[in-house]
Ligand binder design. Structure first.
Ligand SMILES: *Cc1c(COP(=O)(O)O)cnc(C)c1O
Length: 358
């Protein structure tokens, strides 16, 4: 068994419509120009003005004192876990959260902390479910030190956690002496869809981060925010895991460009997701979850084909999707897919489903 993905381009032609993920965006000319022209310095010495500007902007946007630039969202999650938790601790999160399903077991492997999965519809749990999972402090039970939420909930269909639920969960966690963490890979999608400012959504959360490589369209970068004391402690973990990004301002400039140009337009991705969902719902055998943001989940059971083989067939027909579980395909809308491309995707998928299964 190989753990590396097959190299695209060898076996498959470039998809005509790439809905594999909102990570598939390519930086455009203006973003590249901003990156090329960035003023830079050594981040180790807090002397990269572009990284500093990005961290200041994101801290203000998220209503936190301080922030730290990192290469990826996964690193934000893991550095947050390492900073909040000690070996033997228990983290509570939804059973489908990225921390559990997609980080190679890093909370267990790196922090020695396990993540206990809570149940709930559309990738979300509520305060009563959290309350039922809390254990009284004792020498027997693992210390419960962190509650994590994911805004939006990726495998929950890109669903938006309501503000009241976020507040109730944070209040309960804090009353239990736990810290709170928000995985904000698609937080700005939630902000644009729900009309609630990011700082308000993140208010009860001791750490929160934004990804710039999803819908915001930068080639790399994520920013983790929290109190000044939290970010100070997180810096030791950044150092332990590889250290500063030196003249990383070139990457941060892409993120600043994204903040200026690519937030309001997320509404177009949400409209295109709804357009795709409506179109696919008319095709035989596909059961489509109506999207709240930019992700569309498609249940393939009605076609009699599992997600992976059907996804491969649709890929060969020109539409790249990702298989998420046995019977679910996911389409991620992003800035390189416009309404015309959505209509083309619906047509190509319709044609492929109409052809006999080869
Ligand atoms: C993509 C994603 C991550 C990880 O972000 P990367 O920048 O790809 O490492 C974490 N959480 C959620 C919910 C995600 O969708």
């Amino acid at each position: 068994m190989t753990l590396a993905p097959a190299r695209p381009g060898r076996e498959a032609p470039r998809p005509r419509v790439n809905l594999y993920s909102d990570t598939q965006t390519l930086p455009g000319a203006a973003m590249r120009r901003a990156m090329a022209e960035a003023e830079v310095g050594d981040e180790q010495l807090a002397a990269d003005p572009t990284i500093n500007a990005l961290c200041d902007r994101v801290a203000a946007l998220l209503g936190k004192e301080a922030a730290m630039f990192l290469p990826s969202g996964t690193m934000c999650n893991e550095i947050a876990v390492l900073t909040h938790c000690r070996p033997g601790d228990e983290i509570l999160g939804h059973e489908d959260c990225h921390l559990i399903t997609a980080e190679g077991g890093a909370p267990w492997a790196l922090a020695g902390a396990r993540v206990r999965g809570l149940a709930g519809a559309r990738g979300q749990f509520d305060a009563p479910t959290l309350a039922a999972a809390l254990t009284p402090a004792s020498r027997y039970a693992p210390p419960q030190t962190l509650v994590a939420v994911e805004q939006t909930a990726n495998l929950g269909g890109g669903s938006v956690w309501p503000l009241a639920r976020l507040r109730d969960i944070a209040a309960l966690a804090h009353a239990h002496g736990m810290a709170t963490h928000m995985d904000g890979a698609r937080l700005m999608n939630a902000v644009v869809a729900g009309g609630v400012p990011a700082a308000e959504m993140a208010a009860g959360y001791d750490s929160v981060w934004l990804d710039f490589t999803k819908g915001l369209g930068a080639p790399l970068g994520a920013v983790l925010a929290g109190s000044a004391a939290f970010i100070d402690a997180a810096w030791r973990w950044k150092q332990r895991l590889g250290g500063a990004l030196r003249q990383g301002g070139m990457a941060a400039a892409g993120c600043l460009y994204a903040l200026d140009h690519n937030i309001e337009r997320l509404a177009e991705d949400h409209a295109n997701a709804a357009r795709l969902a409506r179109g696919l719902a008319t095709l035989p055998g596909l059961a489509v979850e109506m999207p709240e943001t930019n992700l569309v989940f498609i249940d393939t059971r009605g076609t009699g084909q599992k997600a992976a083989p059907l996804g491969a067939r649709l890929g060969a027909a020109g539409v790249a999707l990702s298989a998420m579980g046995e019977w679910r395909l996911r389409a991620g809308l992003h800035l390189d897919v416009d309404a015309e491309a959505v209509d083309l995707a619906i047509a190509l998928i319709g044609e492929a489903l109409g052809r006999p299964n080869s």
